[in-house]
Write a protein of this length. Sequence first.
Length: 723
Amino acid sequence: MRQFVVSVFIFVVLSHLGVNAYAQERCGTVQYMQQLRNEGKLPQSDLQFEEWLSRKQELQKRMRQQQGETHRQQGDTYQIPVVVHVIHNGEPIGTGTNISDAQIYSQLEVINNDFKRLNADASNTPALFQPVAGSIDIEFVLAKSDPNGLCTTGIVRVQGSKSSWSTLLDNITLKSHSYWPSQHYLNIWVTNLSGNTLGAAQFPVSTLEGLEAYQNGLAQTDGVVIDYEAFGSNDYGPFNLEPQYNKGRTATHEIGHFFGLRHIWGDATCGTDYVADTPRQTGNTSGCPSHPQTTVCGEPIIKMFQNYMDYTNDVCMNLFTAGQVERMEFILNEPTIPRRNSLLTSPGLTAPVNCDRIDVAINRIDSPSPISCATSAPLVVSIANLSDAPLNTVTFRYSVNGSATTTLVVPITPALETGLSRTLTLAPTVNLNAGLNTILVEVEEANGEPDDNPANSFMNATVLVDQSTDYIPLRQRFDVLNWSTVSTPNGTNWQLIPTNFGNSATVQAFTQGVVGEEVWLATPILDFSFTTKASMFYDIAYAFNQTDNDQFKILASTDCGATWPVTLISEYANQFYSELSATNWKPSTTGNWLIDRFVNLTDVIGEQQVRFAFVFTNARGNNVYLDNIEFFLDDSPTRVKADEPYSIYWNNNEATITFNLPERQPVGIYIVDAIGREFVNTTATDILNQTFTIDLGAAATGIYIMRIRAGNRFYASKFYLSR
């Protein structure tokens, strides 16, 4: 046992060292701050700052004790004015580095939820860490007035002088393209960062004697820099984001640094982040490991790799601790720390009196679902406030299938601040027809005034009501396209095209369709209530053009398609491609395909109204092809291959029979000996691809005949059983 423990310890340490090497550059804050010291712009070490901060915190604690206070007296939400500087390469808005407004708004939603602990995945915080999870009552809002006191959206777009930027070598040049006074605005620069760095922040500094002369130079670069492919969240739209970092947690991490948080491992082996309720760990963690993970810092410690200040994938992060929140609040409330407390009284938080622009964007229609079997559903939309003032009311118009338009005034309570989004229910029920339906929603007015930008205030969606059913086992080879498909109006759709597999389902996205559209292919309703295990295999072919990041997802619904809470597969072009090609591509050989991709269907076991959707999000990168989808009543990740109509595998007294029939049909299995005595007589219905094990039990050594009836055909095999 001692030998085993030592071996495991060595493995864990070596694995962790490998993880550190791989993920070391995800955040460039530590290297960036050291660069400022190397350039003579910051004559202060981390230790000097922490000693100063500790003295300040102790002094504040004593003062509160003398005054009988146990906590800060703070009645209002902290409001932080944000300006997002998009430093792009000349592309149209919404393309490449010139990211869309919607992508920026999605990032604002993420940081507001993460810091307040209103993030949907807060429930994923392990029970061990739930007691120390913290929230801070803070709201990040896009600036309402610019440094000249003029109206602003809080978004500035400037074409850069380089196509990519280093957080270390290009710091001043990058930020000089666009900068607002950092004592009044949280500057966030979004651009194409070189290397593996996703972001970097300028850490707070103290007012130690001798630093006064350096403050102006530090002010000109204060803020956060984030790579454009890690800014925003795919939870709010089909943005072109790195798959591991597509939930907006890079900004959460870097803004944590901006407010004084250090990496959870203290940037040293078993180092300190100066926060009492974050466990020590030997180093950073990458990927998304299962909980618990143990680190050894004098004694075994469970790692808090779910903390926003670690290096795990976005999907794995879900908390700040109460101690981290207390540290951030101190930084915010300490008036002697430059460019933090002053943000709370920024003139950028107040819109000029002459700002009267009304602009409400419809982000998406959340309900009805694109494909379901319900003939009625609530009408739910998500909007973003791009106006110069908070929204108190919005007047909508909507119609279903060209019916008479319904107009309604929706009160917005509480008021929706500029730059934020919200989900609204316009109607508790709208009636739908079987088959295709069209839903039109548009914003007419807001706050009693006409919308000044109707181009983003209109959305037309297609909804398919399909109540068809089928059952497993199930095979789809796309000889015909008999599954439901739906796309946006005027978009592209799933269709059949001949490939080396006969017909294959495809979305021809190379030059067709609308960027950002979702193209759906859905199964009929399937019943999984009778089985304890099931799986799916499929083949996919896609040629990545190494530029445009199309997305492929497999979703599951357990309520016939009304909602789609289960994501079985979510991959971007650089993850599921089988070839590289910048031409209009089609597979021609088996080698062009990713074959037998396995999906465990544990999430839907026991459910009666299950539907699966294969969703392609179009970036007009290249064409995707799908074929040979099979549902098995098994959960083995290794697909057993069988000839048509079946294959037999012998193992001592057992015969394993795997069927591969062209369609579901009844099967009989019979085994007799040489003189006709029957040992096995079994029948089953709806056999397609199942595997059966036949135990010959006490049968003696000798010659036997196995007969199999598949539909109306009979097959026979003679074998010799040796005891």
